[in-house]
Design a protein around this ligand. Structure first.
Ligand SMILES: [Zn+2]
Length: 423
């Protein structure tokens, strides 16, 4: 396999060596010290004198911006010309920039640093070939509904529910755009359930380290950037299943949610996300290298990085692991309200077209009948608002039904529990 189109960013040390080979040593002897003096003077107010810039365990990091070239990734709300591939690339390049600043001797390697499409198999092979110590794939999420919001970080492993499976399937679908994918990927068919069963049985040798980094990423997103924390999850993503080092895949947010799409398209938003990921990597390095984070912090050009909280979204419904459209997903036990639209003996597909334009339809089978619900909200007051939306769409008889998780409960019981929770 040919990797010549990858641009590998060597450490300054490596560059110096290659200059020496060209026989320009006398010139460099005179000029280099002067350059170092000037550069040293320029950056000296920013870095501490006791800097730790050398790492002995995490020496090579492969950063993988999802999609690229012919594969745009998800298209978001289509209000922007940019798609997932552009945002993933922008954030990834910033993460690399911050790493290079803090750890000049670290090899930061990109699977792509422009609008090209390396095949998924090439991305994992690159990481394995260069013996990377860390592999980080950066993406943006999408959903049929515009409601889901927030970031999650994934490690390889068995999916807990259908919604989680679907995220991996969507990302793995890039394979289908590749030529001769059947020969290249063998049994790995992105659409087949057997693929994911087989993947979930694979042993994840680096699970603990991957989980640690994933947790740090989510911590940073939540506490420093104020993102909705959708948690650390597992599913069968190709690119983090076939790498042989600690690996995570970060979904930075939903481009199908207009607010989040605006945020991720803004240069500020991209910078916030990148610096959060960078800080998480730094914490990870501190942990595995056994260096106090405080020491590592001294080398960081902290003042140049955005660190303040900008968005706070405490809406509990967004924090849930489940997405209402997927009826077979496992859910938490939280109280939720839905709007019952109608009951029918006919099983309809859940597209908005079948429900007068309403999305977020849930279906529950009771005996031979199907009950169709609209929306899923955490409070009775919100339920009244969404019922109004349903009525305005023409469902005059629509009424509010309450659930604990996926179990229907009496409205009075739900109201009591809601009251108790809010005390
Ligand atoms: Zn993606």
């Amino acid at each position: 396999m040919n990797f010549t189109h990858y641009k590998i960013f060597f450490s300054p040390d490596g560059l110096k060596k290659s200059y020496h080979k060209k026989g320009s040593l006398p010139f460099l002897c005179h000029v280099l010290p002067v350059i170092f003096l000037i550069v040293g003077f320029l950056i000296s107010p920013l870095v501490s004198h006791t800097q730790i810039t050398k790492t002995s365990i995490v020496k090579t990091i492969v950063l993988d911006p999802g999609h690229g070239g012919k594969d745009p990734g998800n298209l978001g709300t289509k209000r922007y010309k940019t798609t997932e591939k552009d945002i993933a690339l922008a954030i990834t390049l910033l993460v690399g920039k911050y790493l290079n600043q803090a750890f000049p001797e670290m090899n930061v390697i990109y699977t792509r640093d422009d609008d090209s499409y390396p095949e998924l198999i090439e991305r994992t092979k690159l990481a394995n070939d260069v013996h990377a110590d860390l592999f980080i794939s950066i993406h943006c999420n999408a959903n049929e509904s515009k409601r889901p919001i927030g970031a999650d970080t994934w490690v390889m492993g068995p999916h807990k529910n259908q919604a989680n499976l679907k995220v991996a399937q969507k990302e793995n679908a890039a394979i289908l755009l590749e030529e001769d994918y059947k020969q290249k990927y063998g049994d790995f068919d992105p659409n087949s359930p057997e693929t994911y069963l087989a993947l979930s049985l694979r042993q994840n040798v680096h699970l603990n380290e991957s989980l640690m980094l994933a947790k740090y990423v989510q911590d940073e997103f939540r506490t420093r950037v104020g993102r909705v924390d959708r948690g650390v999850k597992q599913s069968g993503f190709y690119v983090i299943s076939f790498t042989t080092m600690p690996s995570v895949l970060i979904e930075t947010g939903f481009l199908t949610n207009p607010t989040e799409e605006d945020f991720l398209n803004s240069s500020n938003g991209q910078d916030y996300m990148a610096s959060a990921i960078y800080r998480a990597i730094k914490k990870y390095i501190a942990e595995v290298e056994n260096i106090p984070v405080a020491e590592l912090n001294k080398v960081v050009l902290t003042d140049t990085l955005p660190e303040k909280t900008i968005i706070t979204n405490n809406d509990d419904e967004f924090k849930e692991d489940t997405i209402a459209t997927y009826v077979d997903s496992v859910s938490t036990d939280s109280i939720n309200y839905r709007i019952q639209l109608f009951v029918s003996s006919e099983k309809k597909s859940l597209e908005p077209d079948n429900f007068k334009g309403l999305d977020e339809i849930t279906l529950v089978k009771v005996g031979n009948l199907y009950k169709y619900y609209y929306a899923r909200v955490p409070s009775y007051s919100e339920a009244k608002n969404v019922r109004k939306i349903a009525q305005e769409k023409g469902y005059g008889e629509a009424f509010i039904v309450s659930f604990r998780g996926e179990t229907k409960i009496e409205l009075q019981e739900a109201l009591n529990l809601e009251l108790e929770n809010n005390k």
